[in-house]
Write a protein of this length. Structure first.
Length: 533
């Protein structure tokens, strides 16, 4: 009884925590205006986009995917400029280069000129030097991280590796800036962060003050995945999968910030833009006003989609999501004279989020009943004996023969005597054995405990996903009701989005949500103001 009560308490606590987290996110979203997101039409699937770069001077967006690079204006047609991939990073050179674009791919480093020319400019001939991973541009210099280390160049054609510079090894991140008349470079080589001061003498670089940065909590996080120099609130930020390492410009010490991420999420990229800080994860785009947080989901659809790359400037941010390419900008200010009272659109009655959670847990069999049955079974298994049934069959057969001669009446007689013996038998046995140690603690209880932890993690993921779908749909319905009843394309887009989200919830609940809301869904398709007052 106590075990069952503890389990039910844990389930209730987990569900309440999920609801509280969802409510907290909604409160933060209401307090701080986030970017308004829209889809950008591009001839590439969202899940295939791996890199982005934006040139504000020419309003040109570059998209890297598994097949190469597309370049074009965000509101126009994109042109396939490179057919080598997969692309790992992109960077516009700017300045005197006039919008030249560098593409770091697994098969080499390529320079795309504005006139259309494409040239391979890999820093070395070997496969390790050609496998470029990340790019950085600052003060007329370019740095590229490759599987053979970090290389530098002024024109992106002639590359050098300064003597006594970074150690040899696979480089996975690089950042560059000008500081105090020198070039400061940060890189992650062989999973460890390094920094260096580089002095330029014409076309040559000389490295000095090479330092390996030590972060106490970094070893357990697998090394930084991104480096950002001089964001708001810190001099240097090293992004780890579940934490940030911040260094203040006035000191040389590091402090850690534990990231409150959605279940199963890991940080990929950190980007500042449009007055906010953005963190890309495969469980959604997160936004915050400060590095210390709180981090919350961005406005839909970016907040609930897997985001792999970010690019932009102070006015716009582009996100490569699995649902497609998205552009976020500051919402338009409310015109003067508009009613800003507390009046809110009335949404029609639907199942509550608690009911949807329960239906999803029942459909996916993630409720406490299944694990409680396993625990009860294991606790009783020690009392059950090991029963063995065995049987036997025996067969015996013997034969004999004797020969003799006799003389009778002058004749010789040959005599032969034979005998045969046959015997068979059967036996059946039943044995019963107990292992008394299993009564105190059965060894399979460990397997049940491990399974319970995995079920709890899976349940948290399911509840988090359903919460996002549910409240995003409610927001879409609220926007739909606020529109004038004109039947324009925006109303049609919102109706389709509401139906798409309802289909997602319906799939998680095995059709239960659709059966509960079928009459309302029919109304929303026929009228954008269905269910309003």
């Amino acid at each position: 009884m106590r075990t069952r009560q503890r389990w039910e308490w844990r389930l209730a606590a987990s569900a309440l925590a999920a609801l509280a987290l969802a409510g907290q996110r909604m409160v933060h979203a209401a307090e701080t205006p986030a970017l308004a997101w829209r889809s950008v039409t591009a001839p590439v699937r969202g899940g295939e986009i791996s890199a982005l770069a934006f040139d504000a001077a020419s309003a040109t967006l570059a998209i890297g995917d598994v097949r190469g690079v597309l370049v074009g204006p965000p509101e126009g047609a994109f042109e396939r400029r490179l057919r080598r991939g997969p692309v790992r990073d992109l960077a516009f050179l700017g300045g005197a280069s006039g919008g030249s674009l560098l593409a770091a791919t697994a098969r080499g480093l390529f320079l795309l000129e504005p006139g259309g020319a494409v040239a391979e400019v890999s820093p070395g001939p070997g496969p390790a030097a050609r496998a470029a991973t990340r790019l950085a541009v600052a003060a007329g210099w370019v740095a590229v991280a490759t599987d053979d280390g970090v290389f530098f160049s002024r024109d992106a054609r002639r590359w050098q590796r300064p003597a006594t510079g970074f150690p040899a090894g696979a480089a996975t991140a690089v950042a560059l800036r000008e500081r105090d008349g020198a070039l400061e470079c940060w890189a992650v080589v062989a999973g460890e962060p390094w920094s260096a001061q580089l002095v330029a003498a014409g076309e040559e670089l000389t490295a000095r003050e090479i330092r390996r940065q030590t972060v106490s909590f970094g070893a357990a996080n697998g090394g930084p995945v991104d480096l950002v120099l001089a964001p708001a609130g810190a001099d240097v930020v090293m992004v780890y999968p579940t934490a940030l390492a911040l260094r203040d410009s006035r000191s040389d010490t590091w402090r850690s910030v534990r990231l409150e991420l959605p279940p199963g999420a890991e940080a990929l990229r950190l980007r500042a833009g449009a007055g906010h800080l953005f963190l890309a994860t495969l469980r959604g785009l997160l936004v915050a006003e400060a590095l210390e947080g709180p981090w919350r989901r961005a406005e839909p659809p970016a907040g609930s989609a897997a985001v792999r790359a970010l690019a932009g400037d102070a006015g716009v941010l582009f996100a490569a999501a699995d649902t497609g390419l998205l552009a976020g900008a500051e919402p338009a200010p409310r015109p003067a004279g508009v009613d800003t009272g507390e009046r809110r659109p009335e949404l029609p009655g639907e199942p509550s989020i608690e009911q949807v959670h329960r239906a999803a847990l029942v459909y996916s069999r993630l409720g406490p009943g299944r694990m409680e049955a396993l625990r009860r079974g294991v606790s009783k298994r020690g009392w059950l004996p090991v029963v063995a049934l065995h049987g036997g069959y025996a067969h015996d057969e013997s034969r004999g023969a004797q020969r003799d001669q006799t003389v009778s009446s002058g004749a010789i007689w040959h005599l032969e005597d034979r005998d045969r013996d046959h015997d068979q038998g059967y036996d059946v046995g039943l044995s019963v054995a107990w292992d008394l140690g299993d009564i105190a603690y059965h060894p399979e209880a460990i397997d049940v405990s491990r399974e319970a932890r995995e079920v709890i993690e899976l349940r948290d993921d399911v509840l988090d996903e359903i919460t996002q779908l549910y409240f995003e749909r409610r927001r879409v319905l609220a926007q739909l009701q606020a529109l004038p009843d004109t039947g324009d394309t925006e109303a049609l887009r919102l109706r389709l989005r509401a139906d798409e989200l309802a289909a997602g919830i319906d799939a998680w609940t095995g059709g239960w949500f659709g059966r509960q809301t079928r009459s309302f869904v029919a109304q929303t398709v026929s009228s954008p103001r269905a269910g309003g007052n």
